[in-house]
Design a protein around this ligand. Sequence first.
Ligand SMILES: Cc1cc2nc3c(=O)[nH]c(=O)nc-3n(C[C@H](O)[C@H](O)[C@H](O)COP(=O)(O)OP(=O)(O)OC[C@H]3O[C@@H](n4cnc5c(N)ncnc54)[C@H](O)[C@@H]3O)c2cc1C
Length: 391
Amino acid sequence: MDLGLSEDQLSIRAALRELARTRIAPRAREVDETGAFPWDYVELFRGHDVFAIPFPAEHGGLGGDALTLALAVEELARVDTTASLILAVQALGSYPITLAGSAEQRRRLLPDLASGARLAAYALSEPGAGSDPAGMETRAERRDDGYVITGTKTWISGGGVADTITVFAKTDPGAGASGVSAFVLEDARSAPGLSASTIHGKLGIRGSNTAELRFEGVAVPEANRLGAEGEGLRIALRVLDRSRPGIAAQAVGIAQGALDCAVDYARERRQFGRPIAEFQAIQFMLADMDAQIQAARAVTHLACRMIDAGADGTTRVAAIAKLVASDTAMRVTTDAVQVLGGYGYVSDFPVERMMRDAKITQIYEGTNQIQRLVIARALLGERGAGGRSSS
Ligand SMILES: Cc1cc2nc3c(=O)[nH]c(=O)nc-3n(C[C@H](O)[C@H](O)[C@H](O)COP(=O)(O)OP(=O)(O)OC[C@H]3O[C@@H](n4cnc5c(N)ncnc54)[C@H](O)[C@@H]3O)c2cc1C
């Protein structure tokens, strides 16, 4: 299904598929079992220009189009969700700068992120503010030469390993959603007043670093505020519109990896004197898995193409892509475990890891309940305003 992919996109996908097969797949189980952040993946990505994919060419990237990133993320997730998340988080943490930074900020901050010399993170969620980020309590108080940030962010992917963290904080606590501003914290790992503690015991994506970040009077210069004061939440949501198709692609990759494994297994495993692939019950399960993956990939690519074309209505379609693809990943990985029977339930085969990994795609970057709210709001808003609902 390569219709409409450019030569560059096809060659990046082929390169990532090979890298995933030869360098990531053999490590995936160990990364899951130890839960240690895989710095070797970071080195691999640095060495093969993988981090450059989500960045514009003028800042050292490979172009930064959403579709190419989705192709790359899918190939990585097909063998190891954690690997795909390292790339997706580099995009997520950098998009605030790409989308809302001034020319000077982009010139100064993006090249080291595109090369992977610095890792990025995106710090929006708090212990008391997840689905409702306007309820955040982190404050940024003005000082002569900038701001001082105080508060706690949690669940931050890459938060304990990132050098450059986009953090959202209230500059005007009385103003609700319009009181939030966005800041870039550089040299985060050595910033005075910032401490990170790793969150352990995750169901899946165990190799991914997930951290709670405590800001105790962390200084950020005014030159590192993105946009105007009060624009922070709008920036955060624009970033999510842009990044959700990447999570959809991750979900498609997880589902495809599970189907690959289930098909191979069904051909090999014999019961009642024949391969289980000859039983129609198994065939139908595999067919349903394939059909759902194709549909999820199609809507994911649609969302990416709309973003890349600068089309209207991307908020809604990005949310649809994430909703459809993540629910697909959960169903398909669960069915893959079923196809493998008892062997699917243990870590000798990757499907049980994939089933555990799939769950997070229904939760982060907005739960699927929130995606439904976003879709419904776009739909009813369009109709309420007297316009056509877009196709
Ligand atoms: C492993 C991991 C990595 C993450 N990485 C990041 C990151 O890098 N950066 C970051 O900022 N955040 C990150 N998050 C946070 C993630 O985005 C939040 O967990 C998510 O948005 C949900 O917030 P919550 O956990 O506080 O759940 P809550 O908001 O408390 O929701 C609890 C339940 O209520 C439902 N709910 C809430 N409000 C509504 C409503 N209005 N209508 C219907 N249902 C509703 C939710 O869908 C959910 O089922 C990560 C989370 C995890 C687990």
